[in-house]
Write a protein that binds this ligand. Structure first.
Ligand code: PMP
Length: 393
């Protein structure tokens, strides 16, 4: 009954067992109410406490500055692809900058993998004028293997830009930026937007460098449903036109509008109560384990174990991503002999290792080592792979 898999899923993904145990304990009777969190009004006293503590603990973990809101929204990463554009283009700061309506400000994207590419596409779908700063896709392989040097980036003058967008860790391709590699190249007058969906709570973020930082919960934080958005307060202000019902952009749903959340006391409609509750427990768990710096240390330890195995077996395993940009969280690899692919999947399953198949768009393999994955689990997997290599070489 207590069978647990080594689950290396890219998301939704593993949740710490310590947290699952608390959830199980509380499931029928939370906070002595005789009601579970998922059956409880979001306005109830018990849930209000859960909500407040989750926000406080998130702020504590990341040391979020006071001039930033932390919003608990829905719609996932995909919702935010639209939300960042709609919010910024309607914000007072950007509208004041946009003097010449015949020459719209550009929404500038660094494309380092599938998710940033989709974010740019979503902006275009909504009528945004995009600008490609750099496309990191390798034309020969179609893979994202490195980030070209900044001298090759097409950086427009910041007065022409609405915002700069990038994805800190690309979950599918396995390319992760170094923590301070993007923002030094833009001046403070342009908000930088960062998607940290798959490396949230795995290392420090200097929020003061960013306009918006967001993450879907379903990788490092808890169950899917919740999207955490950290947005600089001045970017949520509107001018009198955008404030009124004569919205300059038709089609801006309230559910994606940061101002709707701020004005509605951060809970203007029913939030994803159960996801917030579990994420709140994960926040407490991480605080207790030593916080974000400790998660970074463990992430480096886990991914190093794994990449060492890859690099010491080049005749068998391959990850051709520039070592500087290899993701600590999503370790992708291929077998030099792909006819062994299905055998590896089968043997892995027989040894209790699951969800290691690469994304359907890329093939190959991907093992995701988020915060809930222990160093021991990665060691066991590395041991298993070493044995697989010996037996099949
Ligand atoms: N950004 C990143 C980095 C992701 O990994 C994902 C999903 N895995 C998304 C955005 C899209 O998120 P969602 O599926 O929640 O819409």
């Amino acid at each position: 009954p207590n069978f647990r898999a080594n689950n290396f899923s890219a998301g939704p993904s593993s949740i710490p067992e310590e947290v699952l145990t608390v959830v199980q304990r509380d499931l029928f009777n939370f906070d002595n109410t005789g009601i579970s969190v998922m059956e409880m009004s979001h306005r109830s006293k018990s849930f209000t406490k859960v909500f407040k503590e989750a926000e406080e603990d998130f702020r504590k973990l990341y040391d979020v500055p006071d001039n930033y809101y932390v919003l608990f929204m829905q719609g996932g990463g995909t919702g935010e692809f639209a939300a960042v554009y709609l919010n910024l283009i309607n914000s007072k700061v950007i509208r004041q900058k946009q003097r010449d309506s015949s020459n719209p400000l550009k929404c500038a994207y660094i494309v380092s993998g599938s998710w940033s590419k989709l974010a740019k596409k979503e902006c275009e779908r909504l009528g945004g004028q995009t600008h490609l700063i750099v496309d990191c896709q390798d034309s020969a392989s179609g893979k994202y293997l490195t980030v070209p040097p900044v001298s090759d980036w097409d950086i427009l003058p910041t007065q022409d830009l609405a915002y700069v967008y990038y994805c800190d860790n690309e979950t599918i391709g396995g390319l992760e930026f170094e923590s301070d590699s993007v923002y030094p190249h833009f001046d403070n007058s342009v908000p930088i937007v960062c998607d940290i969906s798959s490396n949230a709570l795995t290392r420090k973020v200097d929020f003061s460098k960013f306009g918006i930082v967001y993450a879907g919960a379903q990788k490092n934080m808890g169950p899917s449903g919740l999207t955490v958005v950290v947005v600089r307060k001045d970017l949520v202000e509107r001018d009198s036109i955008a404030q009124s019902q004569i919205n300059p952009l038709p089609g801006f749903p309230s559910v994606l509008d940061y101002k709707y959340f701020v004005d509605g006391g951060f809970m203007p409609h029913t939030p994803t109560t159960f996801s917030i509750y579990v994420c709140g427990l994960v926040f407490k768990y991480i605080l207790q384990k030593g916080g974000v710096d400790e998660m970074n240390r463990l992430s480096v330890q886990k991914s190093s174990l794994f990449y060492n195995l890859i690099d010491s077996n080049p005749q068998f395993l391959n990850n051709s991503i520039d070592k500087r940009y290899r993701s600590r969280l999503n370790c992708v690899f291929t077998l030099t002999n792909p006819s062994l692919d299905s055998k590896l999947l089968q043997d892995a399953a027989n040894n209790n290792f699951f969800e290691i198949k690469g994304h359907r768009s890329t093939g190959g393999f991907r093992a995701s080592f988020y915060n809930a994955i222990t160093v021991n689990q990665v060691s066991l997997f590395v041991e298993f792979l070493s044995k697989f290599i010996q037996e099949n070489s």
